[in-house]
Design a protein around this ligand. Structure first.
Ligand SMILES: [Zn+2]
Length: 307
């Protein structure tokens, strides 16, 4: 995401769609379940994030993008966490904007209630929090404000971040995430800097995908013959499956590397059975990367309710 110092910030209109907890989406990947816990969906001008995503380009992509844009062509940018339950292991992937101000995008205190509803054992039951990268809209609810202190939201969790992402953010913390969102865990010895292909358990592992940020990772799930990939910010919108060359210019650390990563992932995902979870995709949020005569596209998939 753009940092708080960007003049592009002024072009955001903070129209926020908060969601009913009953709207939570839950999918199965083999024996693993994945639950989307929304903080909110924001309308932005696409060109705030991606100057090359013009109205003309969008019009040529196809009707399948309608779920991710308004009728006026504004991008629906979703903020959500994924809760991944693999056997007894409970993993939260990314923690949205949080209760920090000021930030270039709005958080929402209602997230805590929705999170509790998605976690049968409460926040105490979370074993691992994965930070796909250390941008403000992915680490916000790592902590919550209690009095003058930032207190870990998940008191029993170990927090994982790639070694390179932590090193780079310590060297340049332009988004000012370390003190409120990272250091409180590190001080307690509960922050693990890991290899970018780290295995969390037998079903869940990290996938190197640098470009959007120096040490960005995706999250892969494999269980009972099924596979899924959580994108992090390697993709911000499904339009990038059709046009991987479109970078989030104001947010990508290295736009050329981000494009190379997208092309590599598309090659792997296209026409595969892998279910793709977009970390900023508005509902239906998950789907499959398809290829047809018109090019590459994204077929959203809404699961049957999981009991
Ligand atoms: Zn983001």
């Amino acid at each position: 995401m753009p940092d708080g110092r960007s003049s592009a910030e002024q072009r955001v209109e903070r129209v926020v769609h908060h969601e009913d907890p009953a709207d939570a989406l839950r999918w199965r990947v083999g024996d693993v379940t994945v639950t989307r816990v929304p903080e909110g969906v924001i309308e932005i001008s696409p060109r705030w994030l991606m100057p090359d995503l013009t109205r003309e380009l969008l019009a040529g992509v196809g009707d399948w993008v309608e779920s991710y844009f308004t009728a006026e062509g504004r991008m629906l940018l979703s903020m959500h966490s994924f809760v991944v339950e693999s056997g007894d292991l409970v993993v939260v992937v990314d923690t949205c904007v949080g209760g920090h101000t000021p930030r270039p995008l709005p958080g929402d205190d209602g997230f805590g209630t929705r999170l509790e509803q998605a976690l049968p054992g409460g926040v105490e039951s979370v074993d691992v929090v994965v930070c796909t990268h250390l941008h403000f809209d992915h680490v916000g609810w790592n902590t919550r404000r209690v009095g003058d202190a930032w207190v870990p939201t998940f008191p029993n969790a170990r927090y994982l971040v790639s070694e390179e992402e932590l090193r780079a953010t310590r060297a340049d913390d332009g988004m000012e995430v370390m003190e409120p969102s990272v250091t409180p865990r590190a001080e307690r010895g509960l922050l693990d800097a890991v290899a970018p292909d780290h295995h969390i358990d037998g079903c869940v592992r990290l996938v190197p995908s640098a470009g959007h940020s120096p040490g960005h990772v995706c999250v892969e799930i494999e269980s009972a013959g099924e596979r899924a990939l959580i994108t992090g910010d390697s993709f911000h919108t499904p339009v990038q499956f059709a046009h991987p060359e479109i970078s989030a210019t104001y947010a990508d650390f290295d736009p050329a590397a981000a494009t190379t990563t997208r092309e590599r992932l598309i090659d792997e995902l296209r026409d595969s059975a892998t279910l793709v979870f977009g970390t900023h995709f508005a509902p239906p949020t998950a789907g499959h990367v398809r290829r047809s005569a018109g090019g590459t596209w994204f077929e959203g998939w809404v699961p049957d309710p999981v009991s």
